[in-house]
Design a binder for this molecule. Structure first.
Ligand code: ACO
Length: 324
């Protein structure tokens, strides 16, 4: 195979210091460690401190990824940030990250696809690199979802956490990223949403009453079915068999959703990177966080084939097939 591709040079991640366990949540709402563990696999989540913004989490993950890649921030020609919890309405969190990295001039923008955000951002950066418009790209998923949580709603407050993950992509003559598959269906907008923003319900937002609202059961069913389909689509598109995939690096929302996708791939759980118990659902941050954990602990090695997939608000869903 010849041509121009994007290859992952380095990975990084960051979790805020403050940890909130299931037992801590038992003090806030009527729930139990047993219920949360059985239904979701989650044991704890990290919560950003006051004054610790999405761009701060992103900065820590980005610095690690650049160091692992052996590249300087000044050499980046593209920054793509996936987030649903931007620091400000504008400028983009990517621009604020660029400022914190102390670099100037390269393209920087945000991508909003909720839990599928990292896959969307990776696809954008991959296409920039393939098209020759970028050579060294930073792709970050970072979230401070704790700021959108109603801490009196037990059906959502147990599910989410804060964190960031990053990858540095560089142009290469072999993959790298083989393909990305992106989808969305806005008909499902109301099943998983923060239904207030700048042009809709701004008063609620200003009063600090904008929270994640979710019909969990329906989201669960759709996620399982849709992720099964996108696994097939990815394998077919690339003409590969399930057995060719070395690692599933899924979005970390719920261990039951992850297990269902692994079954679809006939992959033993030992070949699936699971971190949801450690940090709950960190939306756009969860895939690069999981990837970084498995790279750093030596599970994922150079040359192995990774299938990444995600499903989230929108609905949006997507996948990426990547040789690490
Ligand atoms: N503690 C104790 N009980 C609870 C809690 C809680 N935290 N939350 C809900 N319950 C109760 C409900 O009130 C209900 O009680 P009832 O039977 O008396 O009415 C009971 O538990 C069962 O509730 P369900 O919603 O049917 O439970 P389910 O098995 O569907 O699990 C869950 C709920 C974990 C939210 C699941 O539906 C899920 O994971 N959905 C996917 C949601 C998700 O991950 N969203 C994130 C974004 S999308 C994505 O990333 C994939």
């Amino acid at each position: 195979m010849s041509g121009r591709y994007a290859r992952i040079l380095g990975t990084g991640s960051y979790l805020p210091e403050t940890v909130m366990t299931n037992h801590d949540l038992e003090l806030l709402v009527e729930t139990s460690d047993e219920w949360i563990t059985q239904r979701t696999g989650i044991k704890k989540r990290h919560i950003a401190g006051p004054g610790e913004d999405t761009s701060d989490l992103a900065l820590a993950a980005a610095r690690q990824a650049l160091e692992a890649a052996g590249r300087r921030a000044a050499d980046l020609d593209l920054i793509v940030m996936a987030t649903t919890t931007p620091d400000r309405v504008f400028p983009s969190t990517a621009c604020l990250l660029q400022q914190k990295l102390g670099v100037h001039g390269c393209a920087a923008f945000d991508v909003q696809a909720v839990c599928t955000g990292f896959i969307y951002a990776l696809a954008v950066a991959d296409n920039f690199i393939r098209a020759g418009q970028a050579t060294l790209a930073l792709v970050v998923g970072a979230e401070t979802l704790s700021r959108l949580i109603d801490w009196t709603d037990r059906s959502t407050c147990v599910l989410f956490g804060d964190g960031a993950g990053a990858v540095v992509l560089e142009a290469a003559t072999a993959p790298g990223v083989y393909s990305t598959q992106l989808h969305a269906d806005g008909d499902y907008a109301d099943l998983l949403t923060v239904p207030y923003g700048v042009s809709q319900g701004y008063d609620r937002l200003r009063q600090g009453e904008a929270y994640i609202e979710m019909r969990g059961n329906e989201v669960f069913r759709m996620a399982v079915n849709t992720l099964g389909r996108i696994v097939d689509e990815t394998l077919e598109h690339n003409g590969i068999a399930r057995s060719d995939v070395d690692w599933l690096v899924p979005h970390q929302a719920n261990h039951r959703i992850i297990e269902a996708t692994a079954r679809k791939l006939s992959l033993p759980m030992a070949r699936v990177v699971v971190t949801v118990h450690e940090h709950a659902n960190t939306s756009a941050a969860s895939i690069p966080l999981a990837l970084d954990v498995a790279v750093r602990d030596g599970r994922i090695r150079r040359g192995e084939l990774l299938l990444m997939e995600a499903f989230g608000g929108g609905f949006t869903w997507g996948s990426a097939l990547v040789r690490y």
